[in-house]
Ligand binder design. Structure first.
Ligand SMILES: [Zn+2]
Length: 206
């Protein structure tokens, strides 16, 4: 290979410069110095990513609207969905906490999945548009605000504490939320941002 055609890549953790080599499907290149992941060739094509993000977007609705659980205590039964729980926290005066939960568990995942879904659609159908650059930037930004797993873990901790105090029945919302979290984790581990960025028209990069 002509050395001027070689693509160099720097390790994000230890700054070691290396020549980028073509990888087989599913292969991961790691840094020989610190062992961090450098780049990979995802087994998930943009079309598969489109299907995953669409499934996650559909699941987001019942995960927010259907009851996560129903709780029976001293003869009375109460059900609560994710949205109802957030509203309850808001009405109790914890505006900042309610807003944070709403952003991290609903708004950010929705916008992140929507951005990635649109970007996957554009790449899958080879549509030439300047929007791809914006969508990839939004996806990168929103990934840091999407914290579904944090919400689920805190919910499970609260659930374990309540088990002795009340009869708990798990709801459809929790099943949808758990599925959503699994699909979201798959999306984040399969999403190869660098291969998506290679599809951005060169005049859109400023
Ligand atoms: Zn390194």
């Amino acid at each position: 290979m002509n050395k001027y055609n070689e693509t160099l890549i720097a390790c994000e953790h230890c700054d070691l410069l290396q020549v980028k080599q073509p990888l087989q499907l599913g292969q991961i290149a790691t840094c020989p110095r610190c062992g961090s992941r450098l780049y990979f060739n995802s087994i998930c094509s943009p079309m598969s990513m489109l299907a995953l993000t669409l499934t996650a977007l559909i699941l987001l609705l019942p995960a927010n609207l259907y009851p996560l659980l129903s709780m029976t205590m001293i003869g009375s039964t109460e059900t609560a969905s994710l949205l109802q729980a957030t509203l309850k926290i808001f009405h109790e005066g914890n505006y900042f906490v309610a807003l944070l939960i709403f952003i991290c568990s609903t708004i950010a995942p929705f916008l992140m999945l929507l951005s990635l879904c649109c970007a996957s659609f554009i790449i899958s159908f080879n549509i030439q548009t300047q929007w791809l650059k914006k969508l990839l930037k939004w996806t990168d930004f929103l990934t840091h605000w999407s914290m579904l797993e944090v919400y689920l873990v805190s919910f499970l901790v609260a659930l374990i504490k309540l088990v002795d105090l009340a009869d708990i029945e798990l709801g459809v919302g929790l099943v949808c939320f758990s599925l959503l979290m699994i699909i979201n984790s798959l999306i984040l581990s399969f999403f190869d941002a660098s291969s998506y960025w290679q599809k951005v028209p060169i005049d859109a990069i400023s």
